[in-house]
Design a protein around this ligand. Sequence first.
Ligand SMILES: [Zn+2]
Length: 247
Amino acid sequence: MDADLERLIRLQQIDSAAEAARRRIADHPSLVRSLDARLASATAALDDARAKLTDNQAARRAVEKDLAAIQSRLSKFKDQLMEVKTNKEYTAMQKEIEAAQNEVRRLEDLILERMLRHDELAGAQKAAEDRLAADKAAIAAERTQIEEETARLEREVAQAASARARLVTEISPGVLSTYETVRERRGTAVVEIRSGYCTACHVRIRPQVANELRRNEIIYQCDSCRRILYFPPLGPASAEEPAGAGR
Ligand SMILES: [Zn+2]
């Protein structure tokens, strides 16, 4: 294989790996934002559950206050009942008492409803607390994972940069310049030929040219996309060292 072509293939591998690492790093802020949003929503759910419980307690206290007032009115009515002089007054007072007793029953029912609702809301608050605690732990773990991955990817990008700096000094300036120009325009500059086609733009390479390229002895750019083409090594076995060699 042509020495420059071999180095360009390696350079492309380095650049592609670095680019993938950079893209992954660039995704991290949005991953962190979605974790923040998840935490905020679990916190809001707990705040909401607490507010509902507090509201229910306040509503129950208000009904209890009304009940106390009506009960004291009722006992006053009963005292007054002893003092009425006429049948007409007596009947009127009886009606007042009856109405007050109905109101007492209604308020007692309301209090019972609020007590049942309390149990329901206390359960919901407990569930929201548990969920928030679980989310906090999961989110902290994911955050750590993202931070570790960022650090690892940044190391990879730095290693790629130094490997690249070494490698480019070994490539002929003209060839390197072709590579950089194509990479700038196309993102990827070196691609394989497979089944006679450029694997990037899918244009067919003329059979005569493809035949010439088979030994990877020349730097050849695709007629259509200008990417530098090469034939991949035949099968994975060719890349492997013989078993036990040098050990
Ligand atoms: Zn092409």
